[in-house]
Ligand binder design. Structure first.
Ligand SMILES: NC(=O)c1ccc[n+]([C@@H]2O[C@H](COP(=O)([O-])OP(=O)(O)OC[C@H]3O[C@@H](n4cnc5c(N)ncnc54)[C@H](O)[C@@H]3O)[C@@H](O)[C@H]2O)c1
Ligand SMILES: [Zn+2]
Length: 392
C-alpha cells in the first residue's frame, strides 16, 4: 500500500469521537459495558428488520442480565425523518432514560444520535443542521452496527430527512457521535444479499470519496486505502456467501475505517447526488451510491489531481498500476466498480425507481449539498444531469 504525499494539504483536523471495541461476539459484553457507564435505565432504538432478525432481543437479554432497566423504540424508518426522531425523543424524555443503545444500520444509529441531541439540547432537530451547532453534552450512546456500510457507529454526524422539504440534513460535530461502538461481525451474518451489496458499496464509496477528497490528509488516507482493499476484496464473497466470517469481518472493519476516514476528510459528488435521490425517490442510501459511483469516478477522472490519487485507489483494489498511464488507471477502476456492481446485482437508476423528470430537481439539490465543498472536480448542473443520464 502506498500513501501518496504529493499534493497533500499541509494542515488538517482529525478526530475520532468514539471508543471502538471490535471482534466476533464483542456485542455479548454490552451488559457489562453499559453497566460500567454508571447508568440504570437505557433506551434501545432499532427498526422492524432488526427486531425480526432476533438481534435486538439478544442485546436486550444481555442488558437485562446485568439488571439494567430497558425501554425500546422499534419504529425507526429507512432514511429516518425529523418526525420519527421527534417521536422517539418524546418517548425517551417520558421514560427518563440515562443512556441510548442504537442497534442496526445507519438508519437506527442516526435516529439514536439525533434523539440523543434532543435530550440535552432544546427545540427541534432542524435547528442543529450543520457542523458545530450542537452545544450541550449528550448522554452516553452505544452504537451496535448490524450493516457493514455507513460507518455511523464511528462518525460525528447524523443524517436526518426533513420530511417537508424532502432533503437530508447533516448534523455533526462535538456531542453528535456515539460514545462507544461495539462492532461485532457476527451480527452481520444474517444481512440479506441485497442489503449486504448496497451497504457494502456505500462503504466503498466512503473510502474512495475520502481518499480523493479535498479534505484528505495522511490520517484519513491510511484508513481510506485499507478500507478500499478490504471492501473491494470481500464485497462479492460476503454477498454470495454471507456465512463467511472472514469476509463479514473484512467488510465490517472496512466500513468502520472508511467511516473514520470520511468523518474528517469529507465526502464528494456521489453523496451530493445520492442524498436528493434518496429523499425524492426513496432509493436506499447504499444502492443510490453504488449506482452513481462508476459514473462519478469517470467524471472525476477528467481532473489531473484526481487521476494521480486514483493510482493508489487502483493499487488498493489489486489492479495493475505499473507501466499504465493515469487515464488507463481511471478506466480500470471504473470497470472494476462496474463489474462489482454487476456481480452483486446493483440495479440501474431507472430500475431503482428514479424518473428522468426528477433529474433537474436532483441536480439542483445536489449542488446545495455540503459534500460539494470536498469533491475534487467542480461539477455543474449539466455535469450532474449527464452523470444521471449515464447511470439511467
Ligand atoms: N451518520 C453517518 O455517518 C452516515 C453515513 C452514511 C449513511 N448514513 C445514513 O444511514 C442510513 C442508511 O443506513 P444503512 O445503509 O445501514 O441501512 P438501514 O439502517 O436503513 O438498514 C437497511 C435494512 O437492513 C435491515 N438490517 C440491518 N441489519 C440487518 C441484519 N444484520 N440482519 C437483517 N436485516 C438487517 C434493516 O432492518 C433495514 O431494513 C441512511 O439514512 C444514510 O443517510 C449515515
Ligand atoms: Zn454513505
Amino acid at each position: 500500500m502506498t500513501v501518496q504525499t504529493k499534493n497533500m494539504i499541509a494542515t488538517f483536523n482529525f478526530t475520532v469521537p468514539t471508543t471502538v471495541k471490535f471482534g466476533c461476539d464483542i456485542s455479548k459484553e454490552i451488559g457489562e459495558i453499559t453497566k460500567g457507564l454508571g447508568v440504570e435505565k437505557v433506551l434501545c432504538i432499532y427498526d422492524e428488520g432488526i427486531k425480526s432478525s432476533g438481534i435486538s432481543n439478544q442485546i436486550i437479554e444481555h442488558l437485562i442480565q446485568e439488571e439494567l432497566k430497558v425501554v425500546t423504540f422499534e419504529k425507526v424508518t429507512a432514511n429516518p425523518t425529523d418526525s420519527i426522531v421527534a417521536e422517539a425523543a418524546g418517548f425517551a424524555r417520558e421514560n427518563e432514560i440515562e443512556a441510548i443503545i442504537a442497534i442496526g444500520g445507519g438508519s437506527s444509529i442516526d435516529c439514536a444520535k439525533a434523539v440523543n441531541i434532543l435530550l440535552t439540547n432544546p427545540g427541534s432537530i432542524h435547528q442543529y443542521e450543520g457542523r458545530g451547532v450542537v452545544k450541550n453534552q449528550t448522554k452516553p450512546l452505544i452504537a451496535v452496527p448490524t450493516t457493514a456500510g455507513t460507518g455511523s457507529e464511528v462518525t460525528s454526524v447524523t443524517v436526518v430527512t426533513d420530511s417537508k422539504k424532502l432533503r437530508k440534513m447533516v448534523i455533526g460535530g462535538q456531542h453528535c457521535g456515539a460514545t462507544i461502538a461495539l462492532v461485532d461481525p457476527l451480527l452481520t451474518v444474517g444481512l440479506p444479499p441485497a442489503v449486504t451489496a448496497g451497504t457494502g458499496m456505500d462503504a466503498l464509496t466512503h473510502a474512495i470519496e475520502a481518499y480523493i477528497s479535498k479534505g484528505a490528509s495522511v490520517m484519513t488516507d491510511i484508513n481510506a486505502l485499507k478500507a478500499i482493499e478490504l471492501i473491494s476484496g470481500s464485497i462479492y464473497e460476503s454477498t454470495v456467501n454471507g456465512t463467511n466470517i472472514d469476509a463479514r469481518s473484512n467488510m465490517l472493519l472496512g466500513s468502520l475505517i472508511a467511516g473514520v476516514a470520511f468523518d474528517s476528510a469529507g465526502l464528494g459528488l456521489v453523496h451530493a447526488i445520492s442524498h436528493p435521490i434518496s429523499s425524492h425517490c426513496g432509493v436506499p442510501h447504499g444502492t443510490a451510491n453504488a449506482i452513481l459511483l462508476p459514473h462519478v469516478l469517470a467524471f472525476n477522472g477528467g481532473d489531473e489531481r484526481v487521476r494521480q490519487r486514483m493510482r493508489d485507489v487502483a493499487s488498493s483494489m489489486g489492479l495493475p498500476i505499473h507501466s499504465i498511464d493515469d487515464q488507463e488507471i481511471v478506466k480500470s477502476i471504473v470497470e472494476k466498480v462496474t463489474d462489482l456492481n454487476h456481480k452483486v446485482n446493483i440495479p440501474r437508476l431507472r430500475e431503482a425507481g428514479v424518473k428522468k423528470e426528477n433529474f433537474t430537481t436532483i441536480a439542483e439539490d445536489a449542488l446545495k449539498e455540503r459534500s460539494m465543498n470536498f469533491t475534487p472536480r467542480k461539477a455543474t448542473k449539466e455535469d450532474i444531469i449527464a452523470i444521471l443520464e449515464n447511470a439511467y
